[in-house]
Write a new protein. Structure first.
Length: 385
């Protein structure tokens, strides 16, 4: 049986890469032993928080799991490589060793194509890391065909290694539950538009906020996500839109002159987020650059309309279920929101399309795709010897 080492360096991240790593772990452990035996590799300073007491675990220092150079990579990985037949780096980060076949997932190449959306040191590290793992991995997974095109643009020499495998969401999304995601707080009796994601430049929240403010659309706005890099311009935008008010339970809130409110809920549990999707008028997702856009899939599974940008990975995921707008075009967002409001039947139709489409992103197809990638990595290693 093939023993697959799965790096869980990102599993504690409250970001898309962390959620992805957790779903890979969930799927592999649920099918443990059918063809592949999964061996989680966790940082030494972390504790397993999943329910699978019989699973063998390896530990390694964060330093070794983040080693970006080919020089010294075998030494950095020597401690956790023993007994493994294959490695999977679910966020593309891991020592680029050449002794054990490797599968690397590259969620996006924004450090190359949109470096201004990341801190300089972070962009520099990711560029070094991604270029090394892309060169040494036997298979490179991307989350969408849109993203695969951009990976090929950055790394044309690895085009034959690239395989597209759509991610999946947590099973909680799509389950019936309490209809009130606000827990009785905020403005739970009012219509609201939901935005989900880390509050940072890449998510393009500042320009979407400006357009939403100009639109006058009669709905509050809920921002779900932690503060990220360069929060000052976004805070300035929020303060320019309305006056700061006291929110219940420590929630940050702003009230506009027309009475609409903006609430920053911060990071919320997946249970709360699932309930928010079910109550929201729509999900607004204006991100500049995504490899997939997980909130779009979560919203489709939760019967929540989606407003996002065209010609993006999000459009590939949503397809005909979405409404599309140009964040840089005045009035475009307002047109999309009014379109949803004025045509309830079309709203129902697209929500139904979204729910049906979300069924394509399922556990079985994801597991099959992982297995195919693992087999290909082993095959490529054998044929190159």
């Amino acid at each position: 049986m093939t023993r697959v080492g799965l790096s869980l360096l990102p599993i504690g991240n409250r970001s898309g890469t962390g959620f992805y790593a957790r779903q890979v772990l969930r799927i592999l452990l649920a099918r443990q032993g059918k063809e592949f035996r999964t061996v989680p590799i966790i940082p030494k300073d972390s504790t397993p928080d999943w329910d699978n007491p019989g699973t063998a675990i390896k530990t390694a220092s964060r330093y070794s799991l983040r080693w970006p150079f080919r020089f010294g990579s075998r030494l950095a990985s020597r401690g956790f490589l023993r007994g493994l037949d294959l490695l999977h780096y679910p966020n593309g980060i891991g020592p680029p060793q050449g002794t054990v076949p490797t599968v690397a997932t590259l969620h996006d190449v924004s450090p190359y194509l949109c470096p201004e959306t990341l801190p300089f040191s972070r962009a520099l590290f990711l560029r070094k890391m991604f270029s090394a793992t892309a060169a040494t991995a036997q298979v490179v997974l991307t989350d969408s065909h849109w993203q695969a095109e951009r990976v090929r643009k950055v790394f044309p020499h690895i085009a034959e290694k690239i395989r597209v495998l759509y991610p999946i969401s947590d099973p909680i999304f799509g389950r019936p539950g309490t209809p009130d995601g606000s827990g009785g707080r905020y403005s739970s009796d009012r219509r609201f538009v939901l935005m989900v994601g880390t509050l940072e430049p890449r998510k393009n929240i500042e320009s979407a906020l400006a357009e939403w403010g100009r639109s006058g659309f009669d709905a509050d706005l809920y921002l779900v996500g932690r503060w990220g890099w360069k929060r000052e311009p976004l805070l300035a935008r929020l303060n320019s839109l309305g006056r700061r008010i006291d929110g219940e339970g420590g929630i940050e809130a702003w009230e506009l002159e027309d009475g609409r409110r903006i609430y920053r809920l911060g990071f919320v549990s997946k249970e709360r987020l699932a309930a928010l999707y079910r109550r929201a008028f729509c999900l607004l997702y204006p991100s500049k650059f995504e490899g997939f856009g997980l909130p779009v899939l979560e919203a489709m599974k939760s019967a929540c309309p989606i407003v996002t940008r065209p010609e993006s990975a999000m459009a590939e995921v949503a397809g005909k279920a979405g409404w599309y707008f140009d964040p840089e075009k005045p009035g475009s967002l307002s047109e999309a929101l009014v379109s949803i409001l004025k045509d309830p039947q079309e709203r129902l139709n697209r929500v139904a399309v979204g729910e049906a489409r979300a069924g394509l992103f399922n556990d079985d197809s994801f597991y099959d795709g992982l297995c195919a990638a693992y087999r290909k990595a082993l095959e490529n290693t054998t044929s190159s010897r």
